[in-house]
Design a binder for this molecule. Structure first.
Ligand SMILES: NC(=O)c1ccc[n+]([C@@H]2O[C@H](COP(=O)([O-])OP(=O)(O)OC[C@H]3O[C@@H](n4cnc5c(N)ncnc54)[C@H](OP(=O)(O)O)[C@@H]3O)[C@@H](O)[C@H]2O)c1
Length: 249
């Protein structure tokens, strides 16, 4: 199936590692030019070079902290300067810490808000005026399967990402008439550095498929949503979790 992404331009945030990197790689492999952002410049540039070598596409690396408004504006502008257009925005960020309700004070909630919700709001606002209004504009938010199922300790992530789900519903309604789709992807347990850091490998046993997902399995779904082929999917939250969310209704 030709996804029709050749010649499109995608901006993928938090893309030096893990799910963001896999997403940028998949989009480039399908023929898109990509701009990628993350905080550590050296890791980011090494990732950009690896994607160029693997796919032969143009890859722009722009260091960005997605909680920083000025840097967020700068990466959108740099993408437009380099490629002259922007078709696909993939909002991604690092995950907030795990813990119990009692562990988090106002400052922790404020940080989580800026990372997991405000960054998505702001980046979308910055990108929207430039997305095509011919049916090809795409906003895709990386959230978590914790919006569908109980994940112990995920109180910051779940509270804020549920806000992204709500925002996506409303935004899909506003942007539908303009031919722009807005969707969420909700990863379950996908083997990345983050999962290794929180020692999450044992969770594989709780997944119906009895294994963790691979970043490329996650990225294939994002590439589909970014593509022409997903032109009638909007306002959705798509689990990519081997069946782990087990949501009914
Ligand atoms: N993997 C899973 O199974 C899973 C499950 C549910 C939800 N998620 C969510 O999916 C997202 C990606 O997870 P991952 O597993 O791919 O994590 P990862 O392997 O740790 O990669 C995180 C990426 O985000 C970048 N990043 C972190 N904070 C950033 C910031 N403030 N601004 C810009 N870039 C930032 C990191 O680079 P720098 O540190 O250099 O900035 C890195 O490129 C997270 O929000 C995570 O909570 C993942």
């Amino acid at each position: 199936m030709d996804l029709g992404l050749t010649g499109r331009v995608a901006l993928v945030l938090a893309a030096s590692k893990g799910l963001g990197r896999a997403t940028a790689t998949a989009l480039a492999a399908e023929g898109a030019d990509v701009a990628i952002g993350a905080r550590d410049a050296a890791t980011l540039e090494a990732t950009a070079e690896a994607i160029r070598t693997q796919t032969g596409r143009r890859v722009l690396a722009v260091p960005v902290d997605v909680t920083n408004a000025e840097q967020s504006r700068a990466i959108v502008n740099a993408t437009l300067r380099e490629f002259g257009r922007l078709d696909v925005l993939v909002n991604n960020c690092g995950g907030p810490p795990f813990g119990a309700f009692d562990d988090f004070d106002d400052a922790a909630w404020q940080r989580a808000f800026e990372l997991s919700l405000l960054s998505t709001v702001r980046m979308t606002r910055l990108a929207l005026p430039h997305l095509p209004r011919d049916g090809h504009g795409r906003v895709i938010n990386v959230i978590s399967y914790s919006v569908e199922t109980f994940v112990p300790g995920s109180i910051l992530s779940t509270a804020l990402r549920s806000g992204v789900v709500g925002m996506t519903r409303l935004l899909a309604d506003e942007l539908g008439p303009h031919g722009i789709t807005v969707n969420n992807v909700a990863p379950g347990v996908i083997l990345t550095d983050r999962v290794r850091q929180i020692g999450g490998e044992h969770l594989a046993d709780t997944v119906p498929m009895r294994r963790m997902g691979r970043p490329d399995e996650f990225a294939s779904v994002v590439a589909f949503l970014a593509s022409e082929r997903a032109s009638y999917v909007s306002g959705a939250t798509i689990p990519i979790d081997g069946g782990a969310s087990r949501a009914i209704g």
